[in-house]
Design a protein around this ligand. Sequence first.
Ligand SMILES: NC(=O)C1=CN([C@@H]2O[C@H](COP(=O)(O)OP(=O)(O)OC[C@H]3O[C@@H](n4cnc5c(N)ncnc54)[C@H](O)[C@@H]3O)[C@@H](O)[C@H]2O)C=CC1
Ligand SMILES: O=C(CO)COP(=O)(O)O
Length: 323
Amino acid sequence: MINTARGDRVDMAPVTIAIIGAGVWGAALARLARQNPQAIVRLWSRRSPESLAEAIGGANFVLSAVSMKGVSDSITRLAATEMPPSTVLITATKGLDAQSHQTPSQMWHSAFPQNPIVVLSGPNLSQEIEHGLPAATVVASYDQGAAEAAQRLFASNVLRVYANLDPIGTELGGTLKNVMAIAAGVCDGLQLGTNAKAALLTRALPEMIRIGTHLGAQAETFFGLAGLGDLLATCNSALSRNYQVGYGLAQGKPLDRVLAEIHSTVEGINTVEVLVAIAREQQIPVPIARQVHRLLHGQITPQQAVRALIDRDLKQEFEDELL
Ligand SMILES: NC(=O)C1=CN([C@@H]2O[C@H](COP(=O)(O)OP(=O)(O)OC[C@H]3O[C@@H](n4cnc5c(N)ncnc54)[C@H](O)[C@@H]3O)[C@@H](O)[C@H]2O)C=CC1
Ligand SMILES: O=C(CO)COP(=O)(O)O
């Protein structure tokens, strides 16, 4: 049991964390880590005056909060430093690699097989975190000690942190829900109502589980904060950039205009490509993701996407589910 009441850490020695990627999520995570009086927090970006080697020097934790497109490059940069194998690597990216279809934690593990790898993911809209609103998140690792160290580091009176032993499931919950958030934005943008939204989110979860378990996740993880929790947060918030994409498309705007207006990372756009490719190869039913994919490629209108989902062959509710 870890005592973190009111942010006090009775059992914690000073620790240093270097955060790579000073986007909105990296900045919010730095703010969260600074809640811990025992933490020395360094936030590094490609524009920082100091080198990456200097930024990570003596760090107990190195956390990557770069977008998916920056993960390979960040790995290459870090590999050129002399990071010791004891450094705990935390990944907070929600995406899938377009070429290898790997998750970020799998990529980090391939590059640094000796370092403990922790995934940090949950229903954590950065703007709410920046406003100091309370939230909960998950740190997951095959190395329980590393997950618990990350838990002690981030737990505070504004963040409740749970640990688990399923990094892939934790990571994929946050990644796959981005595709569903695009669909949810369409649903709200078309003003389809609460019944339709409940149906969409309920059917989204087994779709995420089918792909997630194929990729090595445990099904039960999708019922936790990093799965259902993040699905609910992202699909119900206009703060979500993925949701904003769906909402904008439902208003008849072209995708390039919607993306120009958002002017930030929208991971669901690339994730749906990987998700649909895996589903095709493995013949995994992902009807919502398929419609999102067709919509983003301009092959159908938002209205046609809704119609296509409703017109599917009738079936048993749990016929091909894993649960
Ligand atoms: N914003 C949010 O509410 C949350 C975001 N995330 C995830 O965190 C990741 C980052 O998202 P945001 O910070 O929101 O996006 P952002 O667009 O604000 O920042 C992305 C950051 O990645 C950096 N980056 C990109 N390529 C890089 C490279 N080659 N080397 C070094 N840095 C590079 C950019 O410079 C930028 O600082 C995404 O995977 C996102 O899904 C996760 C939880 C919450
Ligand atoms: O992952 C998030 C919240 O948990 C952020 O969602 P967006 O990337 O859609 O803004």
